[in-house]
Design a protein around this ligand. Structure first.
Ligand code: DC
Length: 227
């Protein structure tokens, strides 16, 4: 099936592999849209938290998921800016507490189905890179290009420390490493859509690559499809 605006590109992998930066840069280079799908889980987590809902209460979390109105607005840098019930949540979604709650609420299969449908609506016309955990396996199993990024946990923790330091935030390597490992374990062992590469995904280990090298490798894969 040809999509009107070009291929759907799935970039999956664990946290801290550079999926977001790489996806955004590749999308800009190619004139594609870019959606970081973790944002939808983070938005759900934020709403769950704000509503004082227990993240382990599957029914209550599902009710919140169903109640959220998502809308997306394409920005000049290719990113799809996400509005949650008409509101841009910005930095509120980057807190570690929100990330941990996102990882918890994302274990619920029926809430996942609700968010998956939103991702499909945003991406179905193609010409878009979606970054997440299960894009190539569940959201778009028919994606034209599938990439799975990996990196050693220590390398990812080091990258996160640097990122935080650049933002002027004090960072504790051991704590960050533990948080990364905890999230990896939960994301890859959950019953509903666990994090794993699609059988037909191209795997790239980014441990010894800089960001530009990863961007180049991803653009090369996408161009293979376009050629
Ligand atoms: O990529 P991120 O850190 O913004 O993702 C936050 C959480 O959302 C992550 O712990 C797992 C979950 N997630 C998911 O289950 N499926 C996706 N497609 C994207 C994110």
């Amino acid at each position: 099936m040809k999509r009107p605006n070009g291929p759907v590109v799935a970039i999956d992998g664990t946290a801290g592999t550079g999926k977001s930066s790489v996806g955004r840069a590749a999308a800009q280079q190619l004139g594609y849209g870019f959606l970081s799908t973790g944002g939808l889980y983070r938005a759900l987590a934020y709403k769950v938290f704000a509503g004082k809902v227990d993240p382990s209460d599957e029914e209550a979390v599902l009710a919140v998921a169903k109640s959220i109105r998502f809308s997306f607005q394409r920005q000049p840098d290719a990113t799809l800016k996400m509005f949650v019930d008409g509101q841009y949540l910005g930095d509120k979604l980057t807190l570690d507490e929100v990330a941990q709650t996102a990882s918890k609420v994302s274990t619920h299969a029926r809430s996942r189905a609700v968010l998956t449908e939103k991702m499909r609506q945003a991406g179905q016309d193609g010409g878009i890179i979606l970054e997440g955990r299960d894009i190539g396996t569940v959201v778009f199993p028919d994606a034209e290009v599938k990439i799975f990024l990996t990196a050693a946990p220590e390398v990812r923790a080091e990258r996160r420390v640097k990122q935080l330091q650049e933002l002027g935030v004090k960072a504790d390597f051991d704590k960050i490493l533990a948080s990364i490992k905890e999230r990896d374990l939960r994301d890859s062992t959950r019953a509903a859509s666990p994090l794993k590469p699609a059988a037909d995904a191209v795997q790239i280990d980014t441990s010894r690559m800089n960001i530009q090298q990863v961007i180049d490798a991803v653009v090369k894969e996408i161009n293979k499809y376009a050629a």
